[in-house]
Design a protein around this ligand. Sequence first.
Ligand SMILES: [Zn+2]
Length: 83
Amino acid sequence: MALNCFFCSECVVSGDNSKGRPLTVPPYGVAHTHCAEQDLMQKRLFRGLHIADLDEKCFAELKEMVLAEDNHRNGTSQEIDLF
Ligand SMILES: [Zn+2]
């Protein structure tokens, strides 16, 4: 089993924690925590959902749902503002 980071190819158990602690990233293998987080940000992946891959309609729906949930959680739940 390789102990090199899937993203930066450096050893994850070198004792150098500047890139975060070792982490298993299925199905790739091991990675540094920071390298994996950076990769997620670049792909705009959220819990298995590739946000960058959504078409405009789906993205608009997701955005509305997030905004509605945010309003709900902050106790400012009113009518959803449809522009
Ligand atoms: Zn790395």
